[in-house]
Ligand binder design. Structure first.
Ligand SMILES: [Mg+2]
Length: 392
C-alpha cells in the first residue's frame, strides 16, 4: 500500500478557514482525514502541506511514526515552527485515520483504549459564536451571566469565557475589578455545581496575570488559561505557585521539548496541547506521557473544525489524564452539514460516548466544503488606549 497523493480542502468558517487534509492511498476507496487549521495562516499551511507531501507520497501510510520522523526531520528545518507543525499534524491525523480503517478499529483502540466510558466536554460561551465568545465586553457582567445560564440550559456542566480584558503591562485596579465582576456574575448565575474557565488569551503581563489570578481565586475556577505569554515560563510558574486555581497553558506550544520546559518549571497544572498544532497525534501522545509523569491534566485546545474535535476525542478515550474536551458547535450554522461523526453526545451533560467507526470515525462532505471557499479571516487586532500594540 502506498500514499498516492495529499490534498487540502479549505472551508471558510467565519473565524477560521478550516484546512482539511486528505491523504489518499493507492487502495480503492481508502483515504484518511486530518485537519491543519491555523487562523490567519491558511495559505501558508496549505503551501507547507504541499511541501511536506513530497516526502510521503509513495510511502506506506501505515508506518505512521516512521513518516512522522521523516516529516519532522528530513527538510533540515525541524518541524516545530507553528506553520510546519500544523501541516505535519494535518497529515499525521490522516495517517492515523487510515491505520484505524486498515485495522477496522477506532483510533483509541490502536492506543489501548478506551480508558473511560465517556469524555466530558465544555463549550465556549455562545457555543463558540464569534460575537459571544470573543466580543462580549469585559464590563458587561450581565451578558456574561446570561450566556452562562444559556450554556447550562444547553446541557453543559462546564464552559469557558474571556472575561479578562486586554491590559497594559501595568494597568491598575480597574481591569481586575472588571474581570472579577464578570466572574462573580457568572458564578452567581450558575452556582457551584458548574465549572467555569477563564481564558486570559495571554493578554496580561506576568504582573497583571498574577493580579487576575489572585482576584479570581475566590470563585473556584476549574482553570485559568494563559494568564501571561506562554514564552514567560517563569511568569507562568510564579502564578501557578501563587494560587490554588489550576493554571492552564499549551495551545501555542508546538513540540515535546518546549512542553518539557513548561512541566519541569511546574508552569501549569493543565496541558492544553493542540493536536492540530503540535505535529499531530503522534507528538501529542508523547506530550501526554510526559504530562502523566508530572501528573498534569490534559485538556486539549480545540476551537477548530470537526476533524480536530474527532481527533481530540479519540485522544481522550486513550489518555488516563484527559480531563475535558473543548468544543465549539455554533461557530457556523452549517457545521453539522460538513461532517458525519462516529461518536454520540448525550444532550444532558454533553458527555461523549466512544466512536464505534474505524479511525477517527468521520466523513467529510466535500460538496458541502466547496460551498464555503477560502476567504481572508477577519482581523482581530488590539491597540491600547495609548496607541501601542496589545495582544488579542
Ligand atoms: Mg486559549
Amino acid at each position: 500500500m502506498k500514499i498516492a497523493r495529499v490534498e487540502t480542502h479549505v472551508c471558510h468558517a467565519r473565524m477560521r478557514n478550516w484546512v482539511f487534509v486528505k491523504v489518499v492511498t493507492d487502495q480503492d476507496g481508502l483515504f484518511g482525514w486530518g485537519e491543519a487549521t491555523l487562523e490567519w495562516h491558511t495559505r501558508a499551511v496549505v503551501g507547507a502541506v504541499e511541501d511536506i507531501a513530497e516526502l510521503v507520497v509513495g510511502e506506506d501510510p501505515t508506518r505512521v511514526e516512521h513518516l512522522w520522523q521523516m516529516m519532522y526531520r528530513q527538510h533540515f528545518w525541524h518541524g516545530h515552527g507553528i506553520v510546519r507543525a500544523t501541516a505535519i499534524a494535518g497529515i499525521d491525523l490522516a495517517l492515523w485515520d487510515i491505520l484505524g480503517k486498515v485495522c477496522g478499529v477506532p483510533c483509541a483502540k490502536l492506543w489501548g483504549g478506551p480508558v473511560r466510558d465517556h469524555v466530558r466536554t465544555y463549550c465556549h460561551l455562545g457555543g463558540g459564536r464569534m460575537e459571544d465568545f470573543y466580543e462580549t465586553a469585559a464590563d458587561d457582567a450581565k451578558r456574561f451571566a446570561d450566556l452562562a445560564r444559556q450554556a447550562v440550559a444547553d446541557g453543559y456542566t462546564a464552559f469557558k469565557c474571556m472575561a479578562v480584558p486586554p491590559t497594559l503591562p501595568l494597568d491598575g485596579l480597574k481591569p481586575i475589578r472588571t474581570a472579577e465582576a464578570a466572574v462573580a456574575a457568572m458564578r452567581a448565575a450558575v452556582g457551584d455545581g458548574v465549572d467555569i474557565m477563564v481564558d486570559c488569551h495571554a493578554r496580561p503581563s506576568p504582573a497583571m496575570g498574577l493580579q487576575f489570578a489572585r482576584a479570581l481565586e475566590p470563585y473556584g475556577l476549574y482553570f485559568l488559561e494563559e494568564p501571561c505569554w506562554p514564552e514567560s515560563v517563569d511568569g507562568l510558574a510564579a502564578i501557578n505557585r501563587a494560587v490554588v486555581t489550576p493554571i492552564a497553558t499549551g495551545e501555542r506550544v508546538t513540540n515535546l521539548a518546549e512542553f518539557q520546559r513548561l512541566f519541569a518549571a511546574r508552569a501549569c497544572e493543565v496541558c492544553q496541547v493542540d493536536i492540530t498544532h503540535c505535529g499531530g497525534l503522534s507528538e501529542a501522545r508523547r506530550i501526554a506521557a510526559l504530562a502523566e509523569a508530572h501528573r498534569i491534566a490534559l485538556a486539549p485546545h480545540n476551537p477548530q473544525g470537526p476533524v480536530s474535535t474527532a481527533a481530540s476525542l479519540e485522544f481522550g478515550f486513550s489518555q488516563p489524564s484527559y480531563a475535558i474536551c473543548e468544543t465549539v458547535t455554533e461557530d457556523v450554522p452549517w457545521r453539522r452539514d460538513v461532517v458525519a461523526e462516529g461518536f454520540t453526545i448525550e444532550p444532558k451533560g454533553r458527555l461523549v460516548k466512544p466512536n464505534s467507526r474505524p479511525g477517527l470515525g468521520i466523513t467529510i462532505d466535500e460538496t458541502e466544503v466547496k460551498r464555503h471557499p477560502f476567504q481572508q479571516e477577519l482581523p482581530q487586532r488590539v491597540f491600547y488606549p495609548d496607541g501601542s500594540v496589545g495582544d488579542w
